[in-house]
Design a protein. Structure first.
Length: 76
């Protein structure tokens, strides 16, 4: 009985998750000959405030950055 665990950062809609479950199930049916009813899939949504990469939280990395003033005098 295949068990698939999928983690995504942020959130997905119910329709998106249903599509993922259908696609992954179909792949295991085609590639491994598994019965669809035997495939178990868990999707875990991880808050971008609880997930970091490259030394930075995704929530901070993806946040809009303040625009620089092209006419500002550079600080010394």
């Amino acid at each position: 009985m295949p068990f698939v665990s999928i983690r995504i950062s942020g959130t997905a809609t119910k329709d998106q998750k249903a599509g993922i479950v259908a696609d992954v199930t179909q792949s295991l049916v085609e590639r491994l000959g598994k019965k669809p009813g035997a495939v178990q899939i868990v999707i875990e949504e991880v808050s971008t405030e609880n997930y970091g990469a490259g030394g930075q939280l995704l929530a901070d990395r993806d946040a809009p950055q303040p625009r620089e003033d092209a006419h500002a005098v550079p600080s010394q």
